[in-house]
Design a binder for this molecule. Structure first.
Ligand SMILES: [Zn+2]
Length: 236
């Protein structure tokens, strides 16, 4: 009897483990227009990392990162035991469907966070988190408490890695492995209410903002940053 109960418990654990390896995609919530924001977890280690596959709908050069990074992580010996990687596939599915930066209410979701530098505007929201997509990601971060957040964007005519919060060493390691240089937030136009300002500045959690070059072919963008992304996720 004891052994059959044990076998059942072990079976349940194995099932949970297996679904983690495959990725248990689920709907976190929905956008203004009712599109799902999909999230999944991979690995089962103590290091918690969150990847956001995109937040500006016209910057999808890095869309393969969310698709390919989990498999690359699980193929790295020992990595699944070290890391729990949470992947939010796309924080702005309405923008992606239209190929535009903003969400369906024309708000820039990367200006809608409760950072000290938030300022209300028609295209930033009247209040922090007044857009459902921004709130869903905000609540996910507070629930998961990642020790690193990585978010994928693209930039006209350049590629680089930017960071907020205590992420200088992680960004430097990323630069070494990818050839992308580190560009400080001070060198970029002010970003009031950005995800980086809130996660890095308010929460004090390191966040990497990965800027692919606009128009870069998606597979090329993935392959040139794969090793650097894996290093950041695993914590090497
Ligand atoms: Zn962007």
């Amino acid at each position: 009897m004891v052994w059959s109960v044990l076998a059942l418990l072990l079976g349940a654990c194995a099932t949970t483990r297996a679904s983690r390896e495959r990725g248990n995609w689920r709907t976190l919530g929905t956008s203004v227009e009712g599109r799902p924001l999909r999230v999944a977890q991979f690995g089962h280690g103590p290091r918690r990392v969150l990847l956001v596959g995109g937040i500006h709908g016209d910057e999808r050069e890095g869309r393969l990162v969310a698709q390919e990074l989990p498999g690359a992580l699980l193929a790295t010996p020992g990595a699944a035991a070290r890391v729990t990687l949470t992947v939010l596939e796309d924080a702005n599915p309405d923008g992606t469907a239209r190929g535009v930066r903003h969400n369906a209410r024309r708000v820039d979701l990367n200006r809608n966070y409760p950072a000290a530098n938030f300022t209300p505007a028609a295209d930033r929201g009247r209040r922090p988190l007044d857009q459902p997509e921004a709130r869903l990601l905000h609540d996910l971060i507070l629930r998961e408490r990642p020790e690193l957040v990585i978010v994928v964007h693209s930039w006209r005519g350049d590629h680089f890695i930017n960071f907020d919060g205590p992420g200088a060493a992680i960004a430097a390691a990323f630069a070494r492995r990818s050839g992308y240089r580190v560009k400080a937030s001070d060198d970029i136009a002010p970003t009031p209410g950005s995800l980086g300002s809130w996660v890095g500045g308010t929460l004090g959690v390191p966040i990497l903002t990965l800027e692919f070059q606009r128009g870069r072919e998606a597979w090329a963008a993935w392959f040139e940053t794969k090793a650097a992304l894996l290093g950041a996720v695993v914590g090497d």
